[in-house]
Design a protein around this ligand. Structure first.
Ligand SMILES: [Fe+2]
Length: 181
């Protein structure tokens, strides 16, 4: 996901989320456990779409990532992604653990695993994430493709265990390979 710009100073609601993620990271677990704890924090402090007041998602022409917060020590970043109807990502995996919460519309996620010879992808499942749904995951096993569902613009909040202002993207690799059941 590409970072486009940065929002004005954070809202109190976002401050609560930032504090919750900091507490989750204080446990110093592995990526899987950290993602689970961060997901719990996001469930408790899931922002409303008003967080993006002043942004007009319906006018967006492409998938955009909007950086909401970068922790000063670089341990995590919070990003809002606006998903115009009909949008779908390339199949990709990630540089670090990730937590995703849907705050408007619905987001469909398909999961894949790489074949033993690395020549194709095998579908391993899919989930429909309605508004209010929060999921966390961590590499390995994080190859996925995400799309909007229905004709409504979706908005999701993502937390990544890295400094996205420095990396510019949460994606590690893209997989332009055939998909075979
Ligand atoms: Fe992703």
């Amino acid at each position: 996901m590409t970072l486009v710009n940065q929002l004005p100073p954070t809202t109190p609601r976002l401050d609560e989320l930032v504090a919750g993620i900091r507490a989750a990271l204080n446990y110093h677990g592995d990526w899987q456990r950290t993602a689970q704890r961060a997901a719990s924090a996001l469930r408790r402090h899931l922002p409303s779409p008003e967080l993006l007041t002043g942004v007009h998602p319906g006018d967006q022409e492409e998938l955009r990532g909007r950086l909401l917060h970068v922790e000063p020590d670089g341990t995590f970043s919070i990003q809002a992604v606006v998903w115009p109807a009909g949008r779908v990502t390339r199949i990709h995996d990630h540089v670090t653990w990730c937590v995703l919460g849907v705050i408007q519309g619905a987001v469909h996620e398909e999961l894949f695993t790489l074949s033993g010879n690395g020549e194709f992808l095998i579908p391993t499942g899919s989930t429909m994430n309605a508004t209010g749904t929060v999921n966390g995951f961590a590499p390995p096993g994080d190859i996925h493709r995400v799309a909007t569902s229905g004709d409504r613009t979706a908005i999701s909040i993502h937390v990544y265990g890295t400094d996205l202002s420095r990396l510019g993207s949460s994606s590690l690799r893209y997989y332009d390979l055939p998909v075979r059941p």
